[in-house]
Design a protein around this ligand. Structure first.
Ligand SMILES: [Zn+2]
Length: 271
C-alpha cells in the first residue's frame, strides 16, 4: 500500500528509535492487509483526496481502544486522523484483560478498518452521530458507530480477507452478533430504524456503498447489498423491527423492576 499515493502519514508521536521504526512498520503492515482485500481497497480509494491528509499515530489512552475521525490541525482545513497502537490489541496489550468471547472485530486490521470508516465519513463531510437509533439498536451507541460496525462486519465477511474474527454485535463491547441478526435480512428485522439508517448511509455515500454492494454481492453478511437489491422488502421488515424495539424496551423495564401495567403503558406511550 502506497502511503503517499493515499495521502497517509504514519507518525510515531511519543516514540523514538527502534520503537518508532517498529510502530511505522507494524501500522504499514496492517494497512497492507486491508489493502489486499476487496472491501479494504474500496475504503482506501474512497478516502483518498489530495486535500485530505490522514495521519495515523499512537493511541494516547491506556484502555482497550482506538480512535478515528476528523480534526483541524490548521484552522479551516479538515484532515483525517487515527489513533491506533497495535500493542493495545496484541497478546499482552490492554485488550487481553477482556473476558473470553470479547474478541469480535478486535484483530489489528479490523480495528484499523473501523477507525478508517470514521475517517471516510469525515473525508466526505457526512459525519452525523446525532441521527437517533431505535431502541433495539442502542448497542451501537450512535449512528456513526453503527456505520463503522456495519462496514467492518462486511470487511470480516469479505472472502478476500482471510484472517478474521467474526461478526460483532454492536459498539458497546466486542461480543458476537446474535445468530438471528447475522442471518440474511436480520439487520432490517432487528429494529425499526435499521432500514432508515442504512438508506441514509447509502444516500450520503453512494459511491462507497454501491461498490460494497456490487463487488461483494454474495458474501454471508452484506445488508448494504440487500438494501440495493431489495429495498422495498428491507423497508417492509421495519414493521417487525418495531416489534423488536417494543419487546426490548419491555424486557429492559421489567429487569429494572417496573410493574407490568406500567411497563405496558410506557411501551405503548413511547412506541
Ligand atoms: Zn468507532
Amino acid at each position: 500500500m502506497d502511503l503517499a499515493f493515499h495521502n497517509f502519514t504514519i507518525n510515531p508521536v511519543g516514540l523514538a528509535g527502534t520503537a518508532a521504526r517498529q510502530y511505522i512498520a507494524q501500522v504499514h503492515e496492517h494497512l497492507r492487509w486491508i489493502h489486499r482485500t476487496t472491501s479494504g481497497r474500496i475504503l482506501l480509494n474512497v478516502i483518498r483526496r489530495p486535500t485530505f491528509p490522514v495521519e495515523i499515530r499512537p493511541y494516547a489512552g491506556a484502555d482497550c481502544n482506538a480512535m478515528g475521525g476528523g480534526e483541524f490541525k490548521t484552522p479551516g482545513n479538515l484532515s483525517g486522523f487515527v489513533e491506533y497502537s497495535p500493542g493495545t490489541f496484541s497478546r499482552h496489550g490492554a485488550c487481553s484483560a477482556l473476558p473470553a468471547g470479547q474478541d469480535r472485530g478486535r484483530i489489528w486490521d479490523e480495528i484499523l478498518f473501523h477507525e478508517l470508516v470514521h475517517v471516510f465519513r469525515n473525508a466526505t463531510r457526512k459525519w452525523d452521530a446525532a441521527t437517533p437509533l431505535s431502541f433495539a439498536m442502542r448497542h451501537y451507541n450512535n449512528n456513526e458507530e453503527f456505520i463503522a460496525v456495519l462496514c467492518t462486519n462486511i470487511y470480516v465477511s469479505d472472502r478476500t480477507n482471510r484472517i478474521k474474527s467474526g461478526l460483532r454485535k454492536g459498539h458497546i463491547d466486542y461480543s458476537a452478533m446474535d445468530p438471528l441478526d447475522a442471518t440474511r435480512f436480520g439487520l432490517f428485522l432487528s429494529s425499526r430504524n435499521a432500514f432508515a439508517l442504512v438508506k441514509k448511509f447509502c444516500d450520503d455515500n453512494p459511491i462507497f456503498t454501491k461498490a460494497l454492494s456490487d463487488k461483494l454481492p454474495d458474501i454471508v453478511y452484506n445488508p448494504i447489498a440487500d438494501y440495493y437489491r431489495y429495498p422495498k422488502f428491507c423497508e417492509a421488515l421495519s414493521v417487525f423491527g418495531a416489534m423488536k424495539d417494543r419487546m426490548a424496551l419491555s424486557k429492559s423495564l421489567t429487569s429494572l423492576g417496573v410493574p407490568k401495567p406500567f411497563v405496558d403503558w410506557i411501551v405503548s406511550a413511547v412506541m
